[in-house]
Design a protein around this ligand. Structure first.
Ligand code: FE2
Length: 301
């Protein structure tokens, strides 16, 4: 089985066909892993993985980051559909979290240990919209002018899900869901060097705020200017999902966002998150004023 890897017409991403993710031999897996490091986003059309097979695929990349209280649950639904089949209304907490996902971000940057990779598979897709879009932060860094590179070298930003949700008017109590914790806001460098490829990438997104050494307005402007510059063609790709498609991306060098759709239609995605390596994705945390308390921890659990 030799997979076919077709680069997407952007600085990131490839479509991988002629393989079954559920039955990869070692050689095929090594090809996939190498492509993951090269392209940052891999699209596998029409895989129709079972939940167990998706978890097994994600586990090849590393330990699974547990997102639900039950440690046996290694995949979660990202869905606007409730258990009774109806769709969520705009006032529901989960709905506001889904709307938050429409801002460019990287997964778990607001946790002590940021994520390595994320896997999504499409279960139910709306008739229009609902794409996932990625932006290449390696190519964005490469495209910065020298003065900007010099300016951001050595700068860091705090990351908080309370912060990013508050920006869209969603004020969340501590404990109300994953990410609304008392472990503090991690302080992360604006430039992240990829632990495998050595390529520098911008590490920003909607969870980032409060660059130490800059006042609030300067920090907001720098972060939003960087994001505006970074998330543009040819550095972006939006995937129009078909049920059964699987995508994995590298959170260490790629931002992503969900695109809007008609929220009266269901959209059900299955998500598995691969934990970062503590050697390179663990960051010190500082008090997060929006949380109810500050209890520093190096664990996401
Ligand atoms: Fe996400």
């Amino acid at each position: 089985m030799t997979p076919t890897i077709t680069p997407i017409d952007a600085t990131l991403g490839a479509v991988v066909t002629d393989l079954e993710l559920a039955r990869m031999d070692t050689r095929t897996w090594k090809t996939v892993e190498q492509a993951f490091h090269e392209f940052g986003v891999l699209v596998f059309p029409a895989q129709h993985l079972t939940e167990d097979a998706q978890v097994a695929f994600a586990s090849r990349f590393g330990a699974i980051e547990l997102l639900a209280p039950d440690p046996e649950q290694k995949a979660v639904a990202i869905s606007n559909q409730k258990p009774d089949g109806t769709v969520m209304g705009p006032d529901e907490h989960r709905f506001k979290s889904l709307r938050g996902n429409e801002g460019w971000h990287t997964d778990s940057s607001y946790m002590p240990l940021a994520a390595k990779a994320s896997v999504l598979s499409a279960q139910v897709v709306p008739s229009a919209g609902g794409e996932t879009e990625w932006a290449d932060m390696r190519a964005a860094y490469d495209a910065l002018d020298e003065a900007t590179r010099r300016r951001i070298a050595g700068l860091s930003a705090y990351h908080s899900l309370y912060h990013s949700q508050a920006k869209i008017g969603h004020v969340v109590q501590t404990g109300a869901g994953y990410g609304f914790h008392t472990k503090g806001a991690p302080l992360r460098s604006l430039v992240k060097v990829h632990p495998i490829t050595g390529r520098p990438a911008l590490f920003i997104g909607r969870h980032a705020y409060g660059i130490p050494g800059l006042d609030g307005a300067e920090s907001d402007k720098l972060l939003s200017d960087l994001l505006d510059f970074a998330c543009r063609p040819p550095r972006t790709y939006a995937h129009r999902w078909q049920p059964g498609d699987v995508v994995i991306w590298d959170n260490r060098c790629v931002l992503h966002r969900a695109r809007p759709y008609n929220f009266r239609e269901p959209r059900v995605m299955r998500h598995t998150r691969v934990a970062g390596d503590p050697a390179t994705e663990l960051a010190p945390t500082h008090r997060d004023d929006r949380a109810s308390a500050y209890e520093p921890s190096t664990s996401n659990r």
